[in-house]
Design a protein. Structure first.
Ligand SMILES: Cc1ncc(COP(=O)(O)O)c(C=O)c1O
Length: 404
């Protein structure tokens, strides 16, 4: 079980006040607050004397250890091997880079399959790569009347033996819906297509397991799970070896280094390891992976209590519509709502003035909002994280009720 008091004291930002009240950070899907050990690890890297990689002296050797430590930590987070972890500026940049390399293998007559439930960072890079390569793009749809679940019939209709890639999200950053990752991966693999999973929204809430799902690629961003602004990509070892990256000479580097262009943010990588350690600290077990598995069970149990309370309350507020699943199963604690008669921007700014921080707009879930006919204003997004409290759930519900 999560010790909520102890978890909250680990986040210095949670003590921030606005007009005498503590701030309720319900903007986690846009980026979580940062755990104190992460801040300390990043400062320490810069305090003790840093250096670039590859030098024959202490600080350079230590930088190498920081990079290797972060690869091992994220490998534990994803259940991968350290050699399968690539770092980059963020998920979007990593996806642009990887999509270019994967697209080099496509031929005219091929097709790729994207999903309408995705953040645009897992749509536009592929759309543009498809245009350059002259391949067709097909979509998997979701059903707004069924909790915004992906419609797997549309996947079955979309894929065939010419499908080279299926790119989809682990969970929607707009409406919180989870997707059946293993099932989609299996169907893609049946026709010989690669899979590219966006786990950016999912990772603060649920256990990632690239071994059991079998995906070829998976991407996440540490700033969504209590760490710094760094993107993390998993790619199966054989693919990271066989695909050709766009990179500078000399080209003799081996994977995963050959996928990392320029100088990495080493201080961030020190923070990435500390963020994984923070997650592991919420669980018990012998190995770090064991503790991560146990931590996510605790996170999920606690977040379910927040979800149940939010769903019970929101159902009683006339004039507020919820988009997405109305039950805790199959979703993250991320809720997209509409308040009748008040624009999402006005709702978010009224709540912001009360110290309740939520997002409005499309948060780059561009296809989702178009499908829900909510573009261009979008919806209000209220997102809970395991450091949020039942009192904060009630506080946002009361504030929404007062707006109707
Ligand atoms: C589901 C999802 N995918 C991708 C992204 C883009 O991530 P990044 O900012 O690391 O490029 C986000 C950012 O909000 C997201 O929520």
């Amino acid at each position: 079980m999560i010790d909520i008091t102890s978890a909250r004291t680990t986040f210095p930002a949670l003590s921030r006040r606005l007009d005498g009240r503590t701030v309720a950070y319900l903007d986690g899907p846009g980026g979580t607050q940062v755990a104190a050990p992460v801040i300390e690890a990043m400062s320490r890297f810069m305090e003790v004397g840093g250096s670039n990689l590859g030098g024959p002296f202490a600080t350079s050797v230590e930088t190498g250890e920081v990079v290797n430590g972060a690869r091992a930590a994220v490998a534990d987070l994803f259940n991968a091997d350290p050699g399968e972890i690539v770092f980059g500026q963020n998920m979007t940049s990593l996806t642009y880079a990887m999509s270019r390399s994967i697209a080099r293998t496509w031929r005219r007559g091929d097709n790729i399959v994207l999903s309408r439930l995705d953040h645009d960072a897992n749509v536009s890079p592929w759309l543009q790569a498809a245009k350059d390569a002259g391949v067709t793009v097909r979509y998997v749809d979701f059903d707004p009347d069924d909790g915004c679940s992906l419609e797997l019939e549309t996947l079955d209709r979309a894929i065939d033996r010419y499908t080279r890639l299926v790119a989809f999200t682990h969970a929607s950053n707009a409406v919180g819906t989870l997707t059946p990752v293993s099932e989609i991966v299996d169907r893609a693999h049946d026709v010989g297509a690669l899979t590219y999973v966006d786990a950016v929204h999912y990772t603060p809430h649920g256990l990632v397991d690239v071994r059991s799902t079998g995906t070829d690629f998976l991407v996440a961003s540490a700033y969504k799970w209590f760490g710094p602004h760094t993107g993390c990509l998993f790619g199966k070892a054989d693919l990271l070896e066989s695909l050709e990256p766009y990179k500078l000479r000399p080209t003799h580097d081996t994977a995963p280094d050959r996928w990392e262009t320029g100088t990495q943010s080493f201080e961030s990588l020190a923070g990435v390891t500390a963020a994984v350690e923070y997650i592991a600290s919420l669980g018990t077990g012998e190995t770090r992976r064991d503790r991560i598995v146990s931590a996510y069970a605790a996170i999920s149990a606690y977040e379910t209590t927040l979800t149940e309370r939010f769903l019970a309350g929101i159902g009683h507020i006339d004039g507020v519509d919820l988009y997405g699943r109305g039950t805790p199963e199959g979703r993250t604690p991320t809720f997209a709502v509409d308040v009748a008669g008040t624009s999402p921007a006005e709702v978010a700014s009224s709540l912001g003035a009360l110290g309740i921080f939520v997002w409005d707009g499309d948060y780059y879930a561009y296809e989702v909002m178009r499908r829900l006919r909510k573009d261009p204003d979008g919806l209000v997004r209220i997102g809970f994280i395991h450091y949020n409290t039942v009192e904060e759930v009630d506080r946002v519900l009361d504030a929404l009720a007062a707006l109707t």
